[in-house]
Design a protein around this ligand. Structure first.
Ligand code: NCD
Length: 303
């Protein structure tokens, strides 16, 4: 039994550096493999919000471990359409499965599910708050590229206010000895609780508005999408959309070894001409969703 046996995964801050290292070590071993570690186990995916990578890489991860998958990818077609509550839906999935992966537009949804369910619950995104498994695969991709995370200068660019992938990545990276550059227009600055966490953990960080000011210092340029669906006022979204765009010309000032990451989906913040440059790491980052989620499922559910 692993230290993570039976654990819920709600926020990246609940994981110590050594636990994150353990997950990454396991992911390294499982990459490209098929095993029977979770034969007979069932994973339920309860996705109340759209997803491509997260849901499908969780499913692939479970299948590659020899387990099975049930679930839904939207409220459509479930009894939620008849008025069933979130709580009752989770209670049903708890009866049918050994682990539940939840994505929901409301902050705290996964935590509530974890309180209701006997089975471990993994948060696959709750509103603009947390996306812990994304942060794990992001850190894994950095470690795989550079061989280490400590000592790197990491820029996180874009919607640091509403982006749960950005917040979780910032918090996860703060467990390592890195310097963080939080780059965003003033309207999209990182949340107060994220900044407070960085201060309390003595993480080196600075908040800047323009990528140009710091690009030549960065080893990692983590780009994010402006989260249109989280803006209460469409005019506010219009004001900030398109406020940054990564192109080969922008990257001309970056370090030769610098990598560009993105949780995806991208809209127009990374020009497709970047895809063929050695900087582009976002597709292999997305592919790493499978081994990292395999590692997590195995450590939580394995014997
Ligand atoms: C992210 C999400 O859903 O938070 N996508 C993902 O899981 N890879 C990022 C986003 O939607 O911008």
């Amino acid at each position: 039994m692993s230290e993570l046996s039976g654990r819920d995964v709600i926020s990246i801050v609940d994981f110590s550096r050594s636990e994150l290292d353990m997950i990454m070590d396991e992911a390294e071993k499982l990459k490209g493999k098929r095993t029977e570690d979770l034969k007979g186990k069932i994973m339920a995916t309860a996705f109340f919000e759209p997803s491509t990578r997260t849901r499908l890489s969780f499913q692939t991860a479970m299948l590659r471990l020899g387990g099975s998958v049930i679930g839904f990818s939207s409220e459509e077609g479930t009894s939620i359409e008849k008025g069933e509550s979130f709580s009752d839906t989770i209670r049903m999935l708890d009866n049918y499965s050994d682990i539940i992966v939840v994505r929901h537009k409301l902050e705290g949804a996964a935590k509530l599910a974890a309180e209701l369910a006997e089975a471990p619950v993994i948060n696959a995104g709750d509103g603009s708050k947390n996306h812990p498994t994304q942060a794990m695969l992001d850190l894994f991709t950095i470690r795989e590229t550079f061989g280490h995370i400590d000592g790197l200068n990491i820029g996180v660019l874009g919607d640091l206010r509403f982006g749960r992938a950005a917040s979780s990545f910032i918090l996860g990276a703060s467990k390592y000895n890195v310097k963080l550059f939080l780059i965003s227009p003033p309207e999209l600055k990182a949340r107060k609780d994220v900044i407070a966490y960085l201060k309390n953990s003595n993480t080196k960080f600075s908040e800047v508005e323009k990528l140009e000011e710091v690009i030549n210092e960065l080893d990692v340029i983590y780009v994010t999408r402006v989260q249109r669906e989280r803006f209460a006022d469409p005019a506010e979204y219009e004001k900030v959309r398109g406020s940054y765009k990564i192109t080969p010309r922008v990257l001309a000032n970056a370090k030769k070894e610098a990598i560009v990451m993105h949780p995806l989906p991208r809209v127009d913040e990374i020009d497709i001409s970047v895809d063929s440059t050695p900087h582009a790491a976002y597709f292999r980052q997305a592919a790493n969703g499978v081994p990292v989620r395999m590692a997590l499922l195995k450590l939580i559910l394995g014997d």
